[in-house]
Every structure is written in C-alpha cells, then in structure tokens.
Design a protein. Structure first.
Ligand code: ADP
Length: 431
C-alpha cells in the first residue's frame, strides 16, 4: 500500500514537471510554465484541504471521507480510521459505564462516594431509599448533615474503620443500618450501607431472652441461697457428711448468683448504647476504693498492689466504671501468683485519659488476645473454675468502655505478666 501511494505521488510530480517542460518548450517561457504548474498544484492541495475540513466539520465518522487520490486519499483514510476506532472505544466504555450504573442501581445496599472531607460526591438509588439522599440538593454537602448522629460523626473523625458502625436510619427508626467505610485513592471514602434490620431484631431477641431468663432465675436462686445459708448456720444439727455437701452447694449457688448478676449487668449495658450518665467521676478515689478491695481479695497471697493516680476526673457513670476497673484489677490478682506485683495507674495527656493495670502474673498467649473480650471466652477453662470467674468480666469492660468512648488495649507475655490499658478520649475528661 505504502509503495503504491509513494509511487503515485512520484508519478504525479513527474507528470506535472513533464507538462511544465512541454509548455515551456512550446512557449519558450520555462519559468512561467513552472510557476503555472506549481500554482495548479497549490490550488489542488487547497481544494483537498477544504474538502477535509468540510467533512470533519459537517459529517464526521458516520460517513466515509470524500474521494481523493494519492497522499490526500491516504490522509483522509487515516483520519477516518482513527475516528472509527475512537468511536468504537467510546461506545465500549459507555457500555461498561451503563452496566456498572445498572448493577449499582439494582443493588439493595446503598453505596456512597465521599471526598477526603466527607462531602457527598455520588450515590446509588438505594442510598435515596435508605438514607433519604436527594439529588442534586445533597451533592457536595457533608455526609454528617444527612446522618445526624453523634456516634456517626465520632466514628468518621476517628477513622478506625475495622469494625462497621450500626445505627438507625435517618429516614425511619424502624430500619437498622450498618455502615462499612473503606478509604481509597486520595483519602476519599467508599461507604457501603446495608440494611441489617432483620439481624438486629434477632440480636434483640437474643438479648431479651438472656435478660429475661437471668431475671427469672434470680428470685429462685436467692431463695435457694438464703435457705442454704440458714442450713449452714445450723450445721451442727446435721451429720458431718452433710456439712461438706452444704458448703459446696452454697459455693456453687454463689457462683450462679455472680454469673446472673454479670449477665444482667451486660444486658443493662447493651440496652442503651450511647452514652452513659455524664457525671464527673473522681477516678483517683474510685481506684483507691478498688485497691482496698483488691488487698482484701489478695488476703494471704500478699500481692504488692501499688496505685499511682492523677486527680483528673472522667465523665461517665461511676457504677459502670467501678465494675469495669474492678474487673481488671481483680483479674490481675486472680491470675498473678502469691507475692506478685499489681500496678494501677491513671494519668492524662494530650491523647486523653489512660488507666493501666499491670501485673507480673501468668500472662496470656498472643493467639488468645483478640478473642479475650468475647462472652465466656476463657484461655483455660480448668483454670477458670479454680478462680471462680464467669468469663464475662472482660466483656463487661469492653461494653463499659464503648459507652464511654474508650477502648481497651491488651499486651501480655506468657510467664511474665499482662498490661490492660483503657484509653479515653480527651472530650471525656472533666475540666
Ligand atoms: P473470668 O471471669 O474467667 O476471669 P474474664 O472475661 O474476666 O473472665 O477474662 C477472660 C479470660 O482472660 C480469663 O479466663 C483469663 O484466662 C484471661 N485473663 C484475664 N485477665 C487476665 C490477667 N490479668 N492475666 C492473665 N489472664 C487473664
């Protein structure tokens, strides 16, 4: 092909020069004949250019280019091919975009795209149903204007998206939504919002069931424990082999009462999620009282228990904080051999308030750490029955911290000891 158009150009030029020479020979004016020949060539080139320009402007890739020969024919064909390729690529891309839009429109889950400041850039139709978004009014506005919940704002600003966030829909309280945040590109956010109302209802059913059973069992157990106590007080009236049985029954009844009160406390903590009563609590005094209880619990085991607390109050519920902190301190005593050391510290810095309970106890293997705050999770169940634990202590700690916008950090080395640290946000510290 290339050879063809090159030879046709050469042929055309040779013919033009030959025609000029012939005209020059006939008229004797070689220079003028050449000028005339070049003018004709220029005129023809201009005609082709104007044809190209008219075709590009008026017809485009829909119609084939005008007929032309030689180099101009090649130029026309080249431009035509490029235009066709570009059109095919555009059609293919449009098809992909249409399919993506169709599939996101068919999704029952909402998808939002937010810029790095949390302003809404794009969303699918499900977002309009679940969150009540309106196009174009909400475009460019902060997402926290739509989901007006303090927990949502805190979650977004904290930027820790490992766990999804669950909240009622801003459209109706009947719908329960779960938000999954993912960062991408230049700190933009992709938010997947799922309707988890059914799961939430089942979870609620489970919570109510546990709370009701615990509540119903409490009265009969109190009666049994009461009678056992009376029987133990009059032990001398029974034969000695009954004495041991009565003591064991009393011990087990005590364990069951402890378990029920922990279950009821957890149910109460779960019933309202955010936040607890916000009274300033004198943590240093609270810890001093817990330390005194810990000394009593340690008894003959004579642990060295030190307390180092700054006089910084924390906003929250005193009874909940007492449960959480005493669980940590009593665990440290329970899982530290006699004579060991337990160090309790409370301090504040730019990051917020921190409480740490450090022991020189048996420690925990790292594989157990992520599951430690689950209900009834125990590192070693045989060990638990000897310490009298319920397996609910750390679950209570986690819930109390959640309600106080705090989090729990656990580090531990088997055989050397553990450190349980509660971190609270600066906003929770009372001035
Ligand atoms: P429990 O009532 O059994 O103590 P928790 O929820 O308080 O239940 O603790 C869960 C498990 O974590 C315990 O069974 C224990 O194995 C482990 N654990 C908790 N605190 C400590 C600690 N300070 N040192 C070692 N192990 C601990």
């Amino acid at each position: 092909m290339n050879q063809d158009w090159r030879s046709s150009i050469v042929r055309g030029l040779l013919m033009l020069i030959a025609a000029c020479l012939l005209l020059g020979l006939l008229t004797g004016e070689y220079a003028w004949a050449l000028v005339l020949g070049l003018a004709c060539y220029l005129g023809w080139t201009l005609v082709q250019l104007s044809k190209l320009q008219r075709w590009l402007r008026e017809r485009g890739p829909e119609e084939p280019p005008p007929d032309a020969h030689g180099l101009w024919g090649e130029v026309f064909d080249g431009v035509y091919q490029m235009q066709r390729q570009e059109q095919r690529a555009r059609t293919r891309l449009q098809g992909i975009i249409d399919r993506a839009q169709e599939s996101t429109a068919a999704l029952r889950d909402a998808i939002l795209l937010l810029d790095s400041d949390g302003n809404l850039e794009w969303w699918n139709p499900a977002a309009e149903r679940l969150l009540g978004l309106k196009d174009p009014q909400d475009t460019g506005h902060p997402v926290s204007n739509v989901v007006r919940h303090p927990a949502f704002k805190d979650y977004f600003e904290a930027g820790r998206y490992q766990e999804p966030l669950e909240l009622p829909s801003p459209v109706t309280q009947q719908l329960q939504l779960q938000y999954h945040f993912t960062r991408f590109g230049n700190s933009e956010h992709l938010v997947l919002v799922r309707d988890v109302t059914r799961l939430h209802q089942l979870e609620q059913l489970r919570k109510d069931f546990v709370a009701n059973v615990s509540h119903e069992l409490r009265t009969p157990l109190t009666v049994i424990a009461g009678y056992l106590e009376t029987l133990l007080e009059n032990q001398d009236q029974f034969s000695p082999r009954w004495g041991r049985a009565l003591q064991q029954m009393d011990q087990q009844a005590g364990r069951m009462q402890h378990l029920l009160s922990d279950l009821l406390l957890l149910a109460k903590l779960e019933a309202t999620s955010y936040p607890a009563h916000n009274q300033p609590v004198a943590i240093d005094q609270l810890l001093a009282a817990i330390r005194a209880d810990a000394v009593a619990l340690s008894g003959e085991q004579a642990h060295r228990i030190t307390l180092d607390a700054e006089p910084v109050p924390l906003k929250g519920s005193e009874s909940e904080l007492r449960s959480a902190f005493s669980n940590l301190v009593f665990n440290a005593i329970k899982y530290t051999p006699a004579g060991g050391e337990v160090r309790i510290r409370w301090w504040a810095d730019d990051q917020g308030g921190h409480l740490s309970v450090q022991d020189t106890g048996i420690g925990i293997e790292s594989k157990h750490l992520p599951r430690l705050t689950e209900r009834f999770y125990r590192v070693d169940s045989s060990r638990a029955s000897s310490t009298g634990g319920t397996g609910l202590g750390l679950a209570i700690v986690k819930h109390v911290l959640l309600r106080h916008r705090g989090r729990l950090d656990i580090t531990s080395t088997p055989g050397q000891g553990s450190v349980f640290t509660c971190h609270f946000q600066s906003s929770q510290l009372a001035p």
